[in-house]
Design a protein around this ligand. Structure first.
Ligand code: MG
Length: 377
């Protein structure tokens, strides 16, 4: 792998919070990726909702397949830019580890439950998972990942949370939210790859679900252009292949646009190394035109898919499940597994416990504790 001077170099990592000997055959970032793949939280992603609940169909994206798609796109963009592919893969595979069951509905409900106790934020939770909650190693909690991987996982952070992080780890991953600087280019890239991935796969899942039609999405210029070109070139083609081909073309166009626009930004500013890139405005980007088109697609998906009555109906039930679980465990911590039940910081322990659940485990626990079955598959 050829690395540009502004890429994160594993040989010059800012290191791990608990010092460890360098791995003999892998780079530090490959080791991070491998630790993430072997974690319990990673396996749970397969039963966590992306947009559509697990039991609504076997072919919808889950948090796991979404994360794998983000990793694929991020690596495709990283290689020609000579950014660190191993690091983008590690960040992408870990970026959603802190998500609650039931997607954003679950996160919103848990955040509301935690309003008096410091709130709940899924990016910060992803960091908690890799820093504290995974229990696999004899000498430390968490996975003890490199700074660069952790900075990529912490995509957003409130000022209050950044201050708390800074107190525990001066000059650490919270710092940039106080300084208002950027993360490394690999972290910037994962954010963009995340957006490319979900815009594309939510069209696929949305049409598959029947909540939106291909004709409707074709009204959105970004998708419409590739859809029209597909139909022009293959007038006989029918059904799902038209959708797949249009999405494939749209994905490729966005990937190439991001590579070109980022390359141009890098050539203009020529950061000497990874730290110089962190001090500049964001460099990983779409062109202006592509950014505007992606935003249009995103707002279409918001209006017509994420706020579709059938989605919001399940949202309301999912929030009820999370809320009622929270109330029960708060009142009766002994209902949680021993490691959580014995913690002194009960509200946070409850939030960690619920956030770690898969959709179906949360539903089973809810039924056990309340006798009511919601969102039955
Ligand atoms: Mg994501």
């Amino acid at each position: 792998m050829t690395l540009a001077p502004y890429a994160c170099d594993p040989a010059r990592t800012r290191g791990r919070r608990h010092p460890e000997a360098a791995p003999p055959t892998r780079t530090e970032f490959q080791r991070d990726r491998d630790r993430i793949v072997h974690s319990t939280a990673f396996r749970r992603l397969v039963y966590k909702t992306q947009v559509f609940l697990n039991h609504e169909g076997d072919l919808f994206r889950t948090r796991l397949t979404h994360s794998i798609e983000v990793a694929q796109l991020a690596r495709s963009i990283a290689r020609p830019l000579e950014l660190n592919e191993d690091l983008v893969e590690a960040i992408a595979l870990a970026h959603d580890l802190g998500h609650t069951p039931f997607g954003h509905a679950g996160q919103d409900a848990l955040n509301a439950c935690m309003a008096e106790h410091g709130g709940f934020e899924h990016n910060l939770q992803s960091l908690r998972v890799v820093d504290k909650l995974e229990e696999r190693y004899p000498d430390f909690d968490g996975l003890n990942l490199c700074f660069e991987t952790r900075e990529g996982i912490l995509k957003h952070c409130s000022r209050a949370n950044a201050l708390a992080l800074e107190r525990g780890e001066p000059g650490g991953v919270g710092r940039r939210f106080l300084d208002r600087t950027q993360p490394g280019l690999e972290a910037q890239l994962c954010n963009l790859a995340d957006e490319i991935a979900y815009n594309a796969h939510d069209i696929d899942d949305g049409v598959r679900s029947g909540l939106i039609t291909i004709e409707q999405v074709a009204q959105v210029p970004l998708f419409g252009r590739h859809h029209a070109a597909t139909v022009r070139e293959y007038p006989q083609m029918q059904g799902r292949r038209v959708l797949y081909e249009a999405i494939r073309r749209m994905l490729s166009a966005q990937v190439y646009d991001a590579i070109d626009a980022t390359q141009a930004a890098l050539e203009r500013s020529r950061p000497a190394d990874a730290d110089a890139a962190r001090a500049l405005p964001p460099l990983v980007r779409f062109s202006e035109a592509a950014r505007a088109e992606a935003a249009q697609l995103k707002s279409f998906l918001f209006q017509d898919l994420y706020r579709h009555p059938r989605v919001t109906d399940t949202t309301a039930q999912a929030q009820e499940v999370v809320r009622e679980l929270f109330e029960r465990y708060l009142a009766q911590p002994q209902e949680m597994q021993a490691g959580f039940a014995s913690r002194q910081d009960t509200p946070r322990a409850v939030a960690d416990y619920i956030a770690g659940m898969t959709d179906r485990y949360a539903l089973r626990e809810h039924e056990r504790l309340t006798g009511r079955r919601l969102l039955a598959g």
